[in-house]
Structure formats: structure tokens, C-alpha cells
Write a protein that binds this ligand. Structure first.
Ligand SMILES: Cc1cc2nc3c(=O)[nH]c(=O)nc-3n(C[C@H](O)[C@H](O)[C@H](O)COP(=O)(O)OP(=O)(O)OC[C@H]3O[C@@H](n4cnc5c(N)ncnc54)[C@H](O)[C@@H]3O)c2cc1C
Length: 416
């Protein structure tokens, strides 16, 4: 075998696992562009960048996120940080090379099976390996070859690093354009006069073209930063959805090609950051056991997700999509965040537990009653939402009943 592992795609998913796995294995990383290269913009959290040693690439510290829709406004207090995406990738690429990892500028095209492994076919030659980790994103040639995507949602994004007067450098902003598509402007401040800013909107079951969002970005700038000078383009898609399979024999998907960006919030960089060590440790143990079966690799991917969290995210993703067609658009969504109060940041962080989910589900149905949800969504999606609402509600009622029962027993003991 030429390599133990080949990783395809040098975005945050590919590079984060490449720098981990190159500590123990002979790893080849192939990418369309030589790292560090990305057209994305990223914010994360102070505790997270500290835990994963990214303090060096923080360009600004903020005290929270601002969401505005119609008459509703929510300030999500949190210790956020804006990072320089190319510096993040550069740091991980340096670690990879220090571990003697090998990079080749090449495009993954196809693969064939050989004894005990795979032959990976690129536009610049073929290489053999025991395991392929596909991190090429939702347009992966392997996802396409096996028709593995069962459904997906897309945020279409176009923007730029801008130079202008950033009035408040301590807030990450999500500002509405108030148009038919429900376009928003995301602003991640770098300094008093620089920010990464991008227009984005959501569509279902297709990716759409990034350049479709370009005129909307111009409109957003005209509305919020009319004097902005555009320094360098930003853009892409954020995809979330489901795959029919999350692995094949000797192949596993990680990052966007593994549909890891949480539905509704699309924090795909953060997700790779949070999960790359656990994923890499799992790969290491499978390598040791020489076990590359589809079943074991799928178990590894599945182990990265909590099913209850995924279900809630899918519910919110459905609301996200149908809010667009609703007369109040996202106003109710912002009201929901306000109803969650201090705990709303857990949603954007993707750090939620069953208790939080129960509370959040009940609150969303208080703000948007099921009767209205029924008007908003097709029957199939409505049934999905109701089924899970009933389940979460049932669990909440059960917990309350258990608490009351314990209380009652304590009172009885006291009385006797
Ligand atoms: C403007 C913008 C703002 C965002 N803001 C945030 C944020 O604040 N926080 C957050 O967590 N997430 C954010 N995201 C989402 C995040 O950037 C993505 O979810 C994340 O980049 C996905 O990582 P990935 O490595 O799986 O895929 P990608 O970043 O898409 O990387 C895939 C890599 O594979 C390469 N590639 C593609 N095809 C092939 C091939 N056939 N062969 C070889 N190489 C190939 C590509 O060139 C690319 O380098 C944002 C995205 C955008 C566009």
C-alpha cells in the first residue's frame, strides 16, 4: 500500500483529521487547492478555541450575537470569537507537515477496490490505501457515484471582507434585508474598520448558485454599510441533510460530505472542531484492528451524533425553511430565541441536552401553535414535527410526574 490513509479535501474537516492521524499513520492529503485556502468566514467560542489551541488565530473577541427580524430582536450573550479562516487552516497544515504528512494538489475523481484496500483515482495519478476519508463536501464524487444523498437543505452565501466603519466591534450581527427570499447579512467584525460580511438565504432540496446571492449582497451593503469597500470575496454553500449511508467498506465521510453541519444553524467549521479528535481516535482504533467494514465505519460516524439533538435540529430546519413563506417571516424564530433567554446560546453552540430540547420544543409550539404550523408546512413535514413534539412533550410530562411523585413520597415520610 502507498499509504495507510488518504484524506480527500483540505477544508476544516480534512485538515483537522489530517493533523491528528498523521501523528500515527502514513497519510496522504489531496486537495483541489494547496492549503491554506477557503472562501468561508468563521466565528467560534472563547472556550472552544482555547480547548483546541486556536487562540493564535483569533482576530476579535465579541460578547454575543444579535438577531433581528421584524419587530423582534434577540441578543444572544456569549463569549464569541472571530477567527481568520486561512490562519486556522494554515496552522493545521503546518502541524500535518511537521508530522511528515504528504500533500498533493489533486482532485479526487473515483476509486476501485484492490486486495485489502482501495486504489484512489485523481486527476494527477492513482494511489493505494487501506482507508479513504472523504472530506470533499457535498459535491463529493463518491456521494454522487453511489447516489448517497437522500435529502438536503442549502444556505447560499455570497459576500466579502469589507473595509468600512464597524460601529460595534463586539457584536456578531445577523441583519435582515426584508426581501422575498428572506435574505440576511451576517457580519463578523475583525476590527474597527474590517469585517467579514456575507448575504445568505435558505433553499430546500437544491444547492443553487453562489452568484445568485451577489446582487443581494450589494443590496445588503447599500442598506447597512453604504461606504464599504470590498477587499476579497467570500462565499459558498452550507449544506445539511441526510445520507443513505455514512460509510462504505474502506471509505468514511467526515465534515460536509458526512452531512455534519447541524440543520438550521450550519456551523460546519465548529462541528469539525468539536468532533475531529473523537473521530480520529475512532479511526485509530479501527486501524489497529484492521477493521474497515462499512458497519464499523458507520458506527464510528453515528457515534458522533446524539439522535435527540439531530431530531430537534431537523424540526428547527423545517421551521427555518417555512418561516420564509410565513407573513411574519423569522420574527417568531427570534421571539423563540428570546423566550429561551440565557439558554438560547446553547442552540447556536449545538450544546443541547434532552432537558433543553424539551423546554425549547414546548416554547416553540407556544409561540407558533401547532394550528399555525399546520398552515405553514406540507403534511409530511408537519407530521414529523408533531410526532417529535409529542415525544418531547411526553418525556417532559413524565419527568414532571416523576418529580411530583418524589415530592409526594417525601411529604408522606415527613407526615409519618
Ligand atoms: C461565508 C460562510 C460563513 C460561514 N460561517 C461559519 C461559522 O461562523 N461557523 C461555522 O462553524 N461554520 C461556518 N460556515 C460553514 C463552514 O465553513 C462549512 O460548514 C465548512 O467549511 C465545511 O467544512 P468541510 O471541510 O467539510 O468542507 P469544505 O470547507 O467545503 O472543504 C472541502 C474541501 O475539499 C476540496 N475539494 C472539493 N472537491 C474536491 C475533490 N474532488 N478533490 C479534492 N478536493 C476537493 C475543496 O476545494 C475544499 O478545500 C460558513 C460558511 C460560509 C461559506
Amino acid at each position: 500500500m502507498d499509504y495507510d490513509i488518504i484524506i480527500a479535501g483540505a477544508g476544516p474537516a480534512g485538515l483537522s483529521v489530517a493533523k491528528e492521524l498523521s501523528k500515527d499513520f502514513k497519510v496522504l492529503l489531496i486537495g483541489r487547492h494547496k492549503p491554506p485556502y477557503t472562501t468561508c468566514a468563521w466565528y467560534s467560542y472563547e472556550d472552544r478555541v482555547k480547548k483546541y489551541n486556536l487562540q493564535k488565530v483569533v482576530v476579535n473577541k465579541c460578547d454575543g450575537l444579535v438577531f433581528i427580524a421584524g419587530n423582534a430582536k434577540h441578543f444572544m450573550k456569549d463569549k464569541c470569537v472571530v477567527v481568520d479562516p486561512e490562519k486556522v487552516l494554515g496552522l493545521w497544515f503546518d502541524e500535518f507537515r511537521n508530522n511528515k504528512g504528504i500533500f498533493k494538489s489533486a482532485e479526487l475523481r473515483n476509486y476501485s477496490r484492490i486486495k485489502d484496500g482501495l486504489k484512489i483515482i485523481t486527476n494527477h495519478g492513482s494511489y493505494t490505501c487501506r482507508l479513504l476519508i472523504d472530506c470533499t463536501g457535498f459535491k463529493s464524487p463518491i456521494l454522487k457515484k453511489h447516489k448517497l444523498i437522500s435529502n438536503y437543505n442549502s444556505w447560499i452565501i455570497y459576500g466579502s471582507r469589507i473595509r468600512t466603519n464597524i460601529k460595534d466591534t463586539k457584536k456578531i450581527l445577523f441583519l435582515p434585508l426584508n426581501d422575498e427570499k428572506n435574505t440576511y447579512l451576517g457580519v463578523y467584525p475583525f476590527s474597527k474598520n474590517t469585517a467579514d460580511a456575507y448575504a445568505f438565504y435558505n433553499i430546500q432540496d437544491k444547492a443553487g448558485k453562489v452568484l445568485d446571492a451577489k446582487p443581494l449582497f450589494s443590496q445588503c451593503l447599500k442598506k447597512y454599510y453604504p461606504d464599504a469597500k470590498q477587499l476579497k470575496p467570500i462565499g459558498g454553500h452550507i449544506i445539511s441533510g441526510e445520507l443513505k449511508k455514512y460509510a462504505l467498506d474502506n471509505i468514511v465521510f467526515f465534515g460536509e460530505s458526512g452531512m455534519m453541519a447541524p440543520a438550521g444553524i450550519g456551523m460546519g467549521f465548529n462541528e469539525a472542531l468539536l468532533k475531529h479528535k473523537k473521530f480520529s481516535a475512532g479511526v485509530k482504533s479501527l486501524m489497529k484492528n484492521n477493521d474497515f467494514s462499512e458497519r464499523s465505519l458507520e458506527k464510528l460516524s453515528g457515534g458522533l451524533f446524539d439522535p435527540a439533538i439531530v431530531q430537534l435540529q431537523q424540526i428547527i430546519a423545517k421551521f427555518t425553511y417555512y418561516f420564509i413563506k410565513h407573513p411574519r417571516k423569522w420574527e417568531d424564530g427570534v421571539k423563540w430565541l428570546s423566550a429561551l433567554g440565557k439558554e438560547s446560546n446553547k442552540w447556536m453552540r449545538g450544546e443541547i441536552n434532552v432537558k433543553w430540547i424539551e423546554d425549547a420544543t414546548i416554547k416553540i409550539h407556544k409561540i407558533i401553535p401547532l394550528k399555525e404550523t399546520a398552515k405553514m408546512m406540507p403534511v409530511k413535514d408537519y407530521l414529523f414535527v408533531v410526532e417529535h413534539f409529542v415525544k418531547f412533550l411526553g418525556e417532559a410530562v413524565y419527568e414532571e410526574a416523576e418529580k411530583a411523585n418524589k415530592e409526594y413520597k417525601r411529604e408522606l415520610i415527613k407526615d409519618n
